[in-house]
Design a binder for this molecule. Structure first.
Ligand code: UDP
Length: 243
């Protein structure tokens, strides 16, 4: 039987979208959200769970939107990746204010601001109990921070990818318009792909599927959800190999 006090996961990767960090703002960072998020990260850190964070940049810049205005897509993507670094610094500061050791590592080098992303160094930080914030996306245009999250979760040997969203999981229909909608507790990767359920882009999902990386889709803004999920409570929806 599982020990209820013992966390289910030893090492997690938490994917936080830029949009979530923006809170109710159209642009930029809502520092109240940053404070809420880092408080939840502290709760899992206190359980001894090693935590890596991948942060998005949609609250600042999205390459696709730049391309839609007739500008160069790859340039727009680099602008988006730079936006993730701004978000990462806010999270790093928030974590440090709570006394948590944190390191920002970026896939796009900017030595004055953050460490370069080096896998082995990131692993070492995690082993030493530092929260690692992974910024700069994958460092490549035409990718997303969800794909970066899948890639880093796999290469850093995380036990799970926790995808924070604004809803508390995947429903059979939109619960806002359909009161009979029910939450799906578990889904197979293929089911998500075949039914076109929008959890993350297909590149990210396929990477998780090919490497058996489970994904938990959950609402991070509900206080205590992260620690509950890490302790193995049924929070949100789990996407994994079908049973
Ligand atoms: N981006 C990129 N390569 C990456 C990750 C991100 O080019 O590996 C760019 C892309 O333009 C994207 C933007 O950075 O739109 C912000 O990332 P994303 O949209 O994934 O952020 P989120 O939706 O999670 O806030």
């Amino acid at each position: 039987m599982e020990d209820p006090a013992k966390p289910r996961y030893r090492r997690i990767l938490l994917k936080l979208s830029g949009e979530a960090l923006g809170g109710s703002r159209d642009y930029g960072i809502d520092f109240k959200v940053v404070r809420d998020v880092v408080r939840q990260v502290r709760q899992v850190h206190e359980l001894g769970v090693e935590t890596a964070l991948v942060v998005g940049g949609g609250n600042i810049f999205r390459g696709r939107e730049v391309a839609a205005s007739g500008f160069d897509r790859a340039t727009g993507d680099y602008m988006g990746m730079l936006g993730t670094v701004i978000n990462a610094l806010a999270l790093q500061d928030g974590l440090e204010k709570l006394g948590l050791p944190a390191r920002t590592m970026t896939a796009i080098q900017m030595n004055q601001v953050a460490e370069p992303y080096i896998r082995r160094r990131a692993m070492r930080h995690l082993e030493k109990g530092r929260v690692v914030i992974l910024a700069g996306g994958s460092g490549n245009p035409y990718f997303t921070t969800d794909t970066t999250a899948a890639l880093r979760a796999v290469e850093l040997e995380c036990d799970v990818l926790m995808k924070a969203t604004k809803v508390d999981g995947v429903y059979t229909a939109d619960p806002k318009s359909d009161p009979s909608a029910t939450k799906l507790l578990r889904l197979g990767y293929m089911e998500v792909l075949n039914r076109g359920i929008e959890i993350m882009d297909n590149t990210a999902l396929t990477l998780c599927m090919d490497n058996g990386m489970p994904i938990v889709v959950f609402d991070l803004l509900r206080d205590g959800n992260l620690v509950r999920a890490v302790q193995g409570d049924e929070v949100g929806t789990m996407v994994a190999a079908s049973v």
